[in-house]
Design a binder for this molecule. Sequence first.
Ligand SMILES: C[S@@+](CC[C@H](N)C(=O)[O-])C[C@H]1O[C@@H](n2cnc3c(N)ncnc32)[C@H](O)[C@@H]1O
Length: 263
Amino acid sequence: MTHDALDATEPPATPPVAADVFGDRLALAEQFVAILADTGISHGLIGPRETPRLWDRHVLNCAVVQEAIPRGEQPQQVIDVGSGAGLPGLALAIARPDLHLELVEPLARRTGWLTGTVAQLGLTNVTVHTARAEAMWDQLHAPWVTARAVSRIVQLAEWTLPLLEAGGSLLALKGSRAATELDESRTALARLGVVDAGVAEFGVSVLDEPTVVLRCTIGEVVDRRRFRSRQPSSAGSARRRADRPRASRRSGPGVGDRPRHQP
Ligand SMILES: C[S@@+](CC[C@H](N)C(=O)[O-])C[C@H]1O[C@@H](n2cnc3c(N)ncnc32)[C@H](O)[C@@H]1O
C-alpha cells in the first residue's frame, strides 16, 4: 500500500527497530503513535502529511536522545520545553520510566491534548505545565532540558539555561546545521554561562538519519538576574535581540574553545 492510500488516521506500521529503542515499552510507544495519527493530527499538533513518518522522523527520532541521559540510581528530572505534541517529552517518558518529564508548553490547546494523552497512556512520570519556559525559572530546575524545533540556540538558551541545575545540559534537537549554528553562537552562549558545548548524533545504529543534538552545558547555576533583566517582552523582540551578534558588544572567548566533550 502506498502512503497516499493510507487512511489519514491509520498509524504507520511499527518498524522493527522500534523494539530496540522502546524495549518492553513498545506497546505504549505504538499507542502514542496511534494517538498522534488520530487526535494529534485532527487537533493540529502535527501535520497530516507526517502520518507515514511518525515513527522515524518523530517518535524514534526523539526517543533515541535517551542515549544522552545516563541511567542513575535516582529518578532524574528532565524539562522538555515547547513540547507541542509531546516531542521529545512523551517519547522520552515512554522510553525511560526512570526519568520524570516536566512538559512546559504555553499553548493551552496543546497542553490540554498533552494532559489527555498522558492519561490515555497511563504515564505516571509526566507533569504538564501551561507556561512559557521563562515563567518557570523559579519553579522548575533539573539536570536536563530538552527542546526540539522551538527556537535558534541563543534564544533557546536565554529561555532555558535558568532552568538547569549546576553542571546541567540543554539538549537541543537540531538538523544538519547544528554545527554551523553552534559555531555562529559560541560567544553569545559563553556570555550566557555555557562552559562546554558540542554536537552529537544519537540513534546511529537504528535510524537512517540519526538525531543531531546540540548540547550546551553550564558550570555554576546561571545568574538569573542577568537573564531576568533580559527577559523578552515578546518572542519577536527576544528573537531579534538573541540573533544580534554579541561579539560587537563585548569580545571574549567563545564556549567550546576548549576541547569538546560528547555526551
Ligand atoms: C514548532 S513547535 C515544536 C513542538 C515540538 N517540540 C515538536 O518538535 O514537534 C514549537 C513549540 O514551542 C512552543 N514555545 C514557543 N516559545 C516557547 C517558550 N518561550 N517556552 C516554552 N515553549 C515555547 C510553542 O508553543 C510550540 O508548541
